[in-house]
Design a protein around this ligand. Structure first.
Ligand SMILES: [Zn+2]
Ligand SMILES: [Zn+2]
Length: 443
């Protein structure tokens, strides 16, 4: 450990309580995607003070702060923290009105990023870096509330549902060379370094329109949109045997509108769906089958159908775990349980980190200190020093290791990376998933 590394750890230890207080405040004030206004302003206020330039309201709520003047450096490394919560209304810290809850632990990422900023903004430490560090708080990773996102799209406030996807689209990642991302991980490990294959997806809003009528006196005059939807959901269930295990297909649905009054034949029914798989071909296949299934329900009942399909996330392309992060984790937690991510741990879940992996090198690590399943009411912080403080230390030390001594390590990571897409190509790829299907079966 050199003197700068010692100083980074000392500063974070001196601010331990401040970092924990910040994390717990965010934990207790969760906000859903593209609505993270309070969270974003807390982050902005903290970062604005000691950074060269801070921007806010990127992709509605995103906050981006440059450690040094963004004009000056040839390499720029982003420490990413996700702003949004998930919905888990029965969690002890759930927002009573919205059901939002930080049961995915994104507040730990923000604590890590803010803790790292406290250390890296120290003059001596900042001057030891041969490059820039961007503290990047990004919105809307969870991709819930599909219809709400569709509304934002219609108002042209966003085009993509994922915060990182949207930030890529508006050019906010154009000046980032390397991203460092983090996630919480329940289980016995204190630190897991590296990522693994995860699913990509498209999202759908499926709207059935029938005809209202008195449900008891004149049901024959109505067209029951709920029956059409029920048939569509059954047809979708019958497709499942055609999905192959190797593709990790997941098609899940919720009914967000099921009718208005029980004595009226349901006139409008809305379903939201995510169609996931670990490769683009399988996503397209499952997406077509999903559309066909919902069409069958509308055809049978003589209802009208609209399906709005939007690009979701791309599958994650795993890269070899960072040996620097592994060394750092072992250094700060000598007694800790530290390992690399294993290929068999691939996940059927999705993240817009997958999109980033297509365009830039992404170095990922997970920290423990949490228990209970992610997204569940049982999610709990059980060790703040691992969940928050170790995260901050790893982020700060990784930035330093990559950028010290002329930034050789960062430059090599950038040089060796072969992107799948340029950012322009990425946008074209995403846009091909955009579609509107309208079928009119009413008589
Ligand atoms: Zn999540
Ligand atoms: Zn998450």
């Amino acid at each position: 450990m050199d003197k700068i590394e010692e100083k980074i750890l000392k500063i974070i230890d001196e601010h331990r309580q401040q970092i924990i207080d910040f994390a717990e405040d965010i934990y207790q004030h969760p906000e859903l995607g593209y609505k993270e206004t309070r969270t974003a302003s807390k982050v902005f206020d903290l970062l604005q003070k000691n950074t060269a330039k801070a921007e806010k309201s990127l992709a509605i709520t995103g906050v981006k702060a440059y450690l040094k003047d963004p004009q000056e450096n040839e390499i720029n490394l982003a420490l990413i923290g996700e702003l949004d919560a998930v919905s888990s209304p029965h969690h002890a810290y759930a927002d009573k009105t919205t059901g939002a809850c930080h049961a995915c632990g994104h507040h730990c990422q923000l604590a890590g990023m803010i803790g790292a900023a406290l250390a890296l903004t120290d003059e001596e430490i900042k001057n030891s870096l041969a490059g820039n560090v961007t503290f990047f708080a990004v919105p809307s990773e969870e991709y819930g509330e599909v219809e709400f996102k569709l509304n934002l799209k219609e108002k042209t406030l966003i085009k993509y549902g994922g915060g990182k996807s949207e930030l890529l689209r508006i050019g906010a990642f154009n000046d980032i060379d390397i991203a460092i991302t983090h996630h919480s991980r329940p289980g016995t490990a204190d630190v897991v370094v590296g990522d693994r294959l995860s699913n990509g997806f498209v999202s759908k809003v499926i709207r059935y329109k029938g005809r209202a009528a008195h449900a008891a006196a004149n049901p024959h005059l109505g067209v029951n949109a709920l029956n059409a939807a029920a048939l569509g959901l059954n047809a979708l269930a019958m497709q499942r045997e055609t999905f192959q295990d190797k593709d990790m297909v997941r098609v899940h649905t919720i009914l967000t509108k099921g009718g208005s009054l029980v004595n009226v034949i349901p006139e409008e029914v809305v379903i939201e769906s995510l169609v996931r798989a670990n490769n683009v071909q399988a996503i397209e296949d499952a997406s077509q089958k999903t559309d066909r299934a919902f069409e069958a329900g509308a055809l049978a009942l003589g209802a009208n159908l609209e399906i709005y399909t939007s690009p979701g996330y791309l599958p994650t392309i795993p890269r070899a775990p960072s040996s620097d992060i592994l060394d750092i984790a072992k250094m700060i937690l000598p007694q800790g349980s530290i390992r690399t991510a294993q290929p068999h741990e691939s996940s059927a879940g999705s993240s817009d980190v997958g999109d980033l992996t297509h365009v830039m090198p992404v170095l990922t690590f997970e920290t423990g200190g949490v228990s209970g399943d992610l997204h569940s009411k049982d999610f709990k912080i059980i060790n703040k020093d691992i969940a928050y403080i170790a995260t901050a230390k790893i982020m700060a030390l990784t930035a330093y290791r990559l950028l010290k001594e002329n930034g050789e390590k960062a430059k090599n990571i950038k040089k060796d990376f072969k992107p799948i897409f340029s950012i322009e190509e990425y946008k074209k790829h995403m846009d091909q998933f955009e579609s509107v299907l309208k079928k009119n079966f009413s008589n």
